[in-house]
Design a protein around this ligand. Structure first.
Ligand SMILES: NC(=O)c1ccc[n+]([C@@H]2O[C@H](COP(=O)([O-])OP(=O)(O)OC[C@H]3O[C@@H](n4cnc5c(N)ncnc54)[C@H](OP(=O)(O)O)[C@@H]3O)[C@@H](O)[C@H]2O)c1
Length: 342
């Protein structure tokens, strides 16, 4: 018993992780196809202990796949997801293109696996923004117990969230600081990213917020609860992999830091590391390559009634993208929603 999988964007940061996660989680596979742009025809990508040659998305027959894991950006998703879905292949897309469509479920399985059932309207399921995914995993169990009124989120987002060229830019700029005469001017980012922080991710909106900040708000409401008020500041930092978030939460009901710690310790997808001593917390370097969402620095925020503050870290390429997409596919199998098992 296995499924036929197509990975679109297989040469990218997220696509490569998708291939790894499929193997690592022993996803039931009959066949796997690596797809990318025409530029990458014949490029080899790893799949466990073998390599697979990339094919061109445009010439692939999606009748040969049951599930398409897509991570090739919004314009590719806009054009191709409906065409692929029309062939009977369920699309799980990582871009922002379909996330806000009423007929497309936006899913983080630990939070709203039931919403997957709505996929039949378009045969498309959306994966949230990387910062939203790890945030809602941590907020959900606390919301269930004490009802979140408002959250203030500040993100510290790694460059891998902006694709493979962004990682190269950080690497080249970092090296150039030590090799005189090899200055690398910003291309992917608006300012120098090495040894710096940039409070700007995605485009600016009319109200002064950036689209990345808007996405966290709108996606948290769609996945978790439309009544939650949220404000965010998103910052790009010179970290290769792993997004961090400092979060202040105001609840309707009283909740102590001890209760929150206990709840989070027993919640799916979360690992609490909170020793209140030097080094007794998780940083992105330790979260990289891990499936868990880590919560540290849980403490009471005395500036509001029923307030908590915490630090949330996860691998943005895994929980923020590839892992979450594959968890959605696994949940479809568990819920017996995938028809085309061979
Ligand atoms: N990185 C994250 O943390 C993260 C988290 C959540 C969601 N996402 C989303 O996932 C998507 C991919 O991100 P990424 O970081 O993996 O980007 P990336 O490293 O730049 O990779 C982009 C991938 O898309 C492929 N592609 C581009 N244009 C294409 C076309 N016209 N036809 C077919 N394939 C095409 C590229 O293939 P070639 O190599 O052939 O160009 C490559 O495989 C984006 O929508 C991003 O917003 C990323």
């Amino acid at each position: 018993m296995g499924y036929r999988i197509a990975v679109v964007g297989a040469t990218g940061n997220v696509g490569r992780e998708m291939m790894n996660v499929l193997v690592e989680r022993r996803f039931p596979i009959q066949d796997v196809h690596a797809l990318a742009s025409r530029r990458s025809i014949g490029t080899e990508v790893s799949f466990g202990d073998r390599t697979i040659k990339c094919q061109d998305l445009e010439n692939f027959d999606f009748a040969k796949a049951d599930i398409c894991l897509m991570s090739a950006g919004s314009s590719v998703a806009k054009e191709w997801a409906p065409k692929i879905a029309a062939k009977g292949c369920v699309v799980i897309d990582n871009s922002s293109c379909w996330r806000y469509d009423q007929d497309v479920p936006l899913v983080v399985p630990e939070v709203n696996a039931d919403a997957i059932r709505g996929y039949t309207k378009k045969n498309i399921i959306a994966n949230p923004n990387c910062s939203t995914a790890q945030l809602v995993v941590a907020l959900k169990p606390l919301h269930d117990v004490a009802t979140i009124k408002r959250a203030v989120v500040s993100t510290y987002q790694s460059v891998s969230g902006a694709g493979k060229e962004a990682m190269d830019e950080l690497w080249q700029q970092t090296k150039s600081k030590y090799v005189p005469g090899t200055d690398v001017h910003p291309k992917k980012f608006t300012k120098q990213i090495a040894f710096n922080c940039i409070p700007h991710i995605d485009v600016f909106m009319e109200d002064g917020y950036t689209k990345e900040e808007w996405k966290i708000l709108v996606e948290t409401k769609k996945i978790l609860d439309p009544k939650i008020k949220l404000t965010a500041t998103c910052v790009r930092v010179p970290v290769f992999v792993g997004h961090s978030e400092s979060v202040n939460i105001e609840f309707e009901k009283p909740i102590s830091s001890e209760e929150a710690r206990e709840i989070l310790c027993n919640a799916p997808g979360i690992l609490v590391v909170d020793k209140r001593e030097p080094g007794g917390y998780v940083t992105p370097v330790e979260a990289a390559g891990e499936f868990a969402t880590f919560v540290s620095r849980i403490r009471e925020d005395e500036t509001v009634q029923n307030g908590l503050a915490m630090w949330i870290v996860a691998d943005n390429l895994l929980k923020g993208a590839a892992l979450n997409a594959i968890q959605i596919a696994e949940s479809m199998i568990q819920q017996r929603l995938l028809k085309s098992a061979a």
